[in-house]
Design a protein around this ligand. Structure first.
Ligand code: ADP
Length: 482
């Protein structure tokens, strides 16, 4: 890999301020576009996790005692270093995750924006003075950092899923012990290197690579860890929830989604197609807010299917380092197998391919950008998250009916719809049982807004002014004898 600063690619983990090199027995990380091994990271477990947590416990106290402005200045420096190294961070990201380089650099800017935002929010963690209940009493409410935070993050956004947790945690005065996904550890390691350069105190931020079970087990069992923040599957989230019960940890869970994308008769169809391309095909369909079920009203179904197929047909799939590529490979063989299963299942139950529909001629982990028509609720795509480049089009008749269908899922993360009628916009936005609703837009994630889901999609919100609250505890002080 060609980097301007080769030291940002490091085959090591950071444990309590000490680097541990991978060696030949480390876990191999490959490039999903080529299958080539790009490097190794150490296979760490419970002992190193324990050491990282102990170091974090010490560092956190000193960090919390600083002024909010001091923390803010260091975070701001970290943000700036990410932006100064955007090209290199983007290259590292594409090489381990596969997304097109332009999209990877976009993720670096998006990821860095959480550090910038929370560097600003660090100084605005206000308490309250509440009118007392007795003449001689005053009620003070203060917000204090929750303490040591453990974070477990996925491979689909190797940078941003970390910064969205780390930004508010460090801003609030917490320390963090992170386990990034084993498929994409190098992006995490690179930002830890930049954190050191930004002036983070030793031990405040550890990055542990290795066994998810061993590291996660120690994180959840430790009484020192007061909060666990996780982004990943609902299955693993539920397991971590169970494991965290004995120590009554605060939990932030960003889990799976099954987003509906509804196109009403009165929608601007070209805008809806553009929104669907972003909501469905960004990151090759591998985001938890990706449109999973596209409901199109009867009157515009055929026109929308035709326009979308045409647009999807123009998307270019390939190695993320090549020019003009829109879609990269899927992350691994099991992701590819799931996409194949979902398409085969839809076809066996009467679905019809209108674009793509098979593995890409490039071979490897590439799959064609696909549009399926005549999709029904009986098919797997209606119930499960596909996490791949497949847009299934369902037909619906009226608003009441589509709301029932859209809400007929155990998930509740993102939802989208396109309509012009103002009354309808309000009715539908209020009726969708989701944490987030995009109206006439396919892109909703930003540092300023609260990201999160309801039902099996998780607990808590990330980003926005609400995001920092998740890393604080409220303390009530009753002043008497006044
Ligand atoms: P995805 O479906 O995005 O791969 P997973 O939920 O399988 O999501 O994994 C997300 C993150 O959780 C990864 O970092 C993974 O290593 C970690 N993980 C998986 N299983 C466990 C576990 N039992 N305990 C702790 N972490 C886990």
């Amino acid at each position: 890999m060609e980097l301007n600063d080769a030291t940002l690619f490091r085959q090591a983990a950071l444990v309590g301020g000490h680097w541990i090199e991978a060696g030949d027995n480390g876990i191999a990380v490959d490039n999903p576009a080529t299958g080539e091994i790009i490097g190794r990271v150490p296979n760490l477990g419970a002992a190193e996790t324990k050491a990282a947590i102990s170091a974090a416990e010490i560092a956190q106290k000193e960090w919390a005692a600083r002024t909010a402005k001091d923390r803010s200045v260091i975070l701001r420096r970290w943000f700036q270093l990410m932006m100064d190294n955007q090209d290199d961070l983007g290259r590292i990201l594409t090489s381990e995750q596969g997304k097109p380089l332009a999209e990877a650099k976009g993720e670096i800017a998006y990821g860095a924006s959480f550090i910038e935002w929370f560097a600003e929010e660090a100084r605005r963690v206000y308490g309250d003075i509440v009118p007392g209940h007795q003449k001689d009493k005053r009620i003070l409410v203060m917000k204090q950092p929750i303490g040591v935070v453990a974070a477990i993050t996925p491979w689909n956004f190797p940078n941003a899923m970390i910064t969205r947790k780390a930004g508010p945690a460090f801003a609030a005065g917490c320390a963090m012990v992170l386990k990034p996904a084993s498929q994409t550890p190098f992006s995490a390691i690179a930002i830890a290197i930049l954190a050191e350069r930004a002036g983070f105190p030793k031990g405040l931020f550890s990055v542990l690579t290795g066994s998810a079970r061993a590291i996660g087990g120690e994180m959840t069992a430790s009484p020192v860890v007061r909060k666990l923040t996780f982004t990943g599957s609902t299955e693993v989230g539920a397991e971590l929830y169970r494991q965290s019960a004995p120590t009554i940890k605060k939990l932030g869970l960003e889990l799976g989604g099954n987003a509906p994308f509804i196109v009403f008769d009165d929608a601007d169809l070209d805008a809806a197609v553009e929104g669907a391309l972003i909501a469905k095909f960004r990151n090759n369909g591998q985001t938890c807010v990706c449109a999973n079920r596209l409901y199109v009203q009867d009157g515009v179904y055929d026109a929308f299917a035709e326009k979308l197929s045409k647009a999807v047909g123009a998307l270019k799939t390939g190695n993320g380092f090549d020019e003009g590529i829109n879609l990269g490979p899927l992350i691994d063989e099991s992701a590819l197998a799931k996409v194949e299963e979902h398409v085969a299942d839809a076809l066996s139950k009467g679905g019809r391919v209108v674009a793509g529909g098979q593995r890409h001629p490039l071979g490897g982990r590439f799959y064609e950008a696909t549009v399926l028509a005549d999709v029904t609720p009986a098919m797997a795509v209606a119930k499960e998250e596909t996490f791949g480049p497949v847009a299934p089009l369902f037909r619906f008749k009226d608003e009441a009916d589509v709301i029932i269908q859209a809400n007929d899922t155990e998930f509740g993360l993102a939802s989208y719809f396109y309509a012009k009628d103002l009354a309808r916009v309000f009715r539908v936005a209020e009726a969708l049982e989701y944490g987030m609703v995009g109206v006439n837009t396919g892109l909703i994630s930003t540092a300023e807004a609260p990201f999160g889901g309801v039902k099996l999609s998780g607990l808590g919100r990330e980003g926005s002014k609400y995001g920092i609250e998740e890393f604080t505890e409220i303390k009530y002080v009753c002043l008497g004898g006044i």
